[in-house]
Design a protein around this ligand. Structure first.
Ligand SMILES: C[S@@+](CC[C@H](N)C(=O)[O-])C[C@H]1O[C@@H](n2cnc3c(N)ncnc32)[C@H](O)[C@@H]1O
Length: 305
């Protein structure tokens, strides 16, 4: 039923935005001793090879994480320093790579597990049969017992039973492939329910910025939903622009799996008060590092309850 495999897209510009944000959230939430439950409703396979099969076929990481890494190395060679959040994210990826060139890219479950403290828990939902097997095997190899659990079921539905977490501290990452048109509404329904069960949780939603009415509407509806629930929110978008050979609206109208997706966003509900400033500092630098020839840009908006 599902054909989306994140291995083709690991380390692309959308992962850069999403995982940089995830690192910021986990660093902040890890400052308080009380246990944190992290839920990844759409986990993927966990960790990816950048030098093999899928990643090499698509080459998406070349225009994402590898460009960012090269820009940071270039800056450092002339005594400049990338923004703190960029350095923290690159440091997280570097931690999985003993040398250069980087061969491994940590997906969201891997970034989360690396930043868990002993008192924290990680719940990973995934439905793709192949990716679930890979994820289960890799999680088992970590040997962390009950701290990390892989759940073979629909994350939108499964989230309900986990909220509120016992310690009342939680981070939920919602990162669907939007392969199904129904995913756009499912994100909103899922958040509507989650905010009733656990209004003070931190929620981070990734969405594609593509020429599709549902995608435009989702970016807008996420703000409305946060406001209606009287929650603070931050919404950040990164657009890497078009290369000279791209640019027709039909090329970008096919959804997340189209290689021509050039922009995406993150909507964060109940963000740390530091997040907006961190993203405003990091995103101009990231945009400059990843931009193609025309039309690149970034935005960070916020709303207070
Ligand atoms: C974009 S990928 C996840 C990437 C991962 N969050 C990361 O950042 O490394 C989306 C994943 O969701 C899975 N998926 C699709 N529908 C799902 C559902 N309803 N519940 C759980 N997983 C789902 C897909 O098989 C795919 O592996």
């Amino acid at each position: 039923m599902f054909s989306y495999r994140h291995a083709f897209h690991a380390g692309n510009h959308a992962d850069v935005l999403k995982h940089m944000t995830l690192v910021a959230l986990l660093h902040y939430l890890g400052q308080k001793d009380t246990a944190l439950t992290v839920v990844d409703t759409h986990a993927g396979a966990g960790v990816y090879r950048l030098d093999q099969d899928h990643a090499r076929t698509s080459g998406e990481s070349d225009d994402g994480i590898f460009r960012l890494q090269a820009a940071a190395a270039q800056a450092q060679s002339v005594g400049a320093t990338p923004p703190d959040l960029v350095q923290a994210y690159l440091g997280q990826v570097a931690a999985f790579n003993p040398g250069l060139p980087w061969r491994t890219y940590p997906g969201s479950p891997w970034i989360s597990q690396a930043l868990l403290r002993p008192q924290d828990k990680l719940k990973l939902f995934e439905v793709h049969p192949t990716d679930t097997k890979v994820l289960e095997k890799q999680v088992a190899e970590l040997g962390r017992g009950k701290q990390i659990e892989v759940l073979r079921r629909n994350g939108f539905e499964g989230l309900k039973a986990l909220l509120p977490p016992p310690s009342r501290r939680g981070l939920v990452l919602i990162d669907p492939s939007y392969e199904l048109k129904t995913d756009y509404q499912a994100v909103l329904d899922c958040l509507e329910d989650a905010l009733k069960r656990f209004p003070t949780g931190t929620y981070a939603v990734w969405y594609p910025v593509i020429a599709r009415p549902e995608a435009h509407a989702l970016a807008r509806k996420l703000k409305t939903l946060s406001q209606r629930h009287q929650r603070n929110w931050v919404q950040a978008e990164l657009n890497v622009g078009l290369t000279p050979t791209e640019g027709t609206s039909t090329q970008v109208a096919q959804g997340r799996t189209a290689t021509s997706m050039r922009a995406s966003g993150m909507h964060i509900i109940n963000p740390p008060f530091t997040l907006g400033a961190q993203l405003r500092e990091a995103l101009p630098w990231v945009t400059n590092a990843l931009k193609a020839s025309t039309g690149s840009g970034w935005t960070v908006e916020h709303g207070n309850a």
